[in-house]
Write a protein that binds this ligand. Structure first.
Ligand SMILES: Cc1ncc(C[n+]2csc(CCOP(=O)(O)OP(=O)(O)O)c2C)c(N)n1
Length: 289
């Protein structure tokens, strides 16, 4: 039986003591344990940033690549080995800024991966510049007269792009967040969970500011109503709803469509010799190494 400590990593954690990222890490471990996933069945994929360090702190397969490029790497991993549970852990800067283009097209393609966006509304690793989700008018260490650009609204964007699982969680509500992760991972198709994760050093608002405002979606909320979901995702009032904002009808999956066209088994299921031939064909620059 899988236990929480099976996911314990030996790598020293570099996050600030008290960072809400710890809540996301614990919630994710709990979710994987409750789904009965063994570490070797899971692959975490990330780019660069504080959020992107998460895969180091959880013992399982991982790929840590370039800033903003976690999603295409995750799609490749998933297509090559669909038996893996592939999860992207990314900051809103990494995912919506540097990786914005990949994010949008992944929504269209619908690969069966989970994307967890740690939204601290700031570029934290690089010490406090405005990110795509920093609210307009907020003063930061770079935008000292206030952010002028409009705030990215990617939950609503995901709903518009027909992403069939769109949720918002709060790092300060670990039990609820863990439940969201369980549903997101179990969902077939791209699932997006944006997590409010206030940065305690460079963030422009305190954790308590969010804690006072987040509230669970009402029990009678209809997550299948796309128009209502859009309104909920866009709502800018004094309350910040958390939960599954939208659950849409199932859509064709990227890997299945891809394989139907290519007539190939997943790479991981081919005999080793064939895997090597394909790798050599796809990456001719490897030949001289
Ligand atoms: C192509 C590229 N551009 C910029 C950087 C510098 N950089 C590294 S992390 C980062 C911001 C990360 O912010 P976010 O994804 O929100 O994660 P956080 O650190 O806030 O968790 C930036 C701009 C980089 N490493 N590579």
């Amino acid at each position: 039986m899988i236990e929480f400590n099976d996911y314990k990593s030996e790598i020293e954690n570099q996050w600030c003591p008290g960072c809400p990222n710890f809540g996301i890490l614990t919630a994710l471990k709990r979710a994987l344990v409750s789904l009965g996933k063994e570490p070797h069945q899971v692959c975490l994929v990330s780019g660069i940033g504080q959020a992107a360090k998460l895969p180091h702190y959880l013992r399982c397969n991982l790929f840590n690549g370039l800033h903003g490029r976690a999603i295409p790497a995750a799609i490749g991993i998933h297509v090559a080995n669909p038996t893996l549970t592939t999860i992207v852990t990314t900051g809103e800067g990494d995912c919506y800024g540097e990786g914005g283009n990949h994010f949008l097209h992944a929504l269209r393609r619908n690969p069966d991966i989970t994307v967890i966006v740690h939204n601290n509304e700031i570029y934290a690793l690089t010490k406090g510049q405005g990110s795509p989700t920093t609210p307009r008018g907020e003063k930061t260490r770079l935008q000292f007269t206030g952010v002028e650009a409009a705030q990215a609204q990617m939950l609503s964007t995901a709903i518009i792009y027909e992403c069939a699982f769109v949720a918002r969680g709060f790092a300060g509500n670990m039990n609820h967040l863990s439940e969201l992760f369980v549903s997101a991972i179990a969902h077939r198709g791209l699932s997006l969970v944006e997590v409010i994760q206030p940065c305690i050093i460079y963030g422009t608002r305190l954790v308590s500011w969010y804690r006072e405002r987040v509230e669970l979606l009402p029990a009678d909320y209809d997550r299948r109503d796309r128009t209502a979901a859009l309104e909920t995702a866009l709502a800018q009032g004094n309350r910040i709803p958390i939960g599954v904002l939208y659950e849409g009808p199932p859509r064709p999956l990227f890997a299945e469509r891809y394989r139907k066209r290519m007539g190939e088994q997943p790479l991981a299921e081919l005999p080793l010799i064939r895997q090597k031939t394909i790798a050599a064909r796809l990456a001719p620059w490897n030949r001289n190494q």
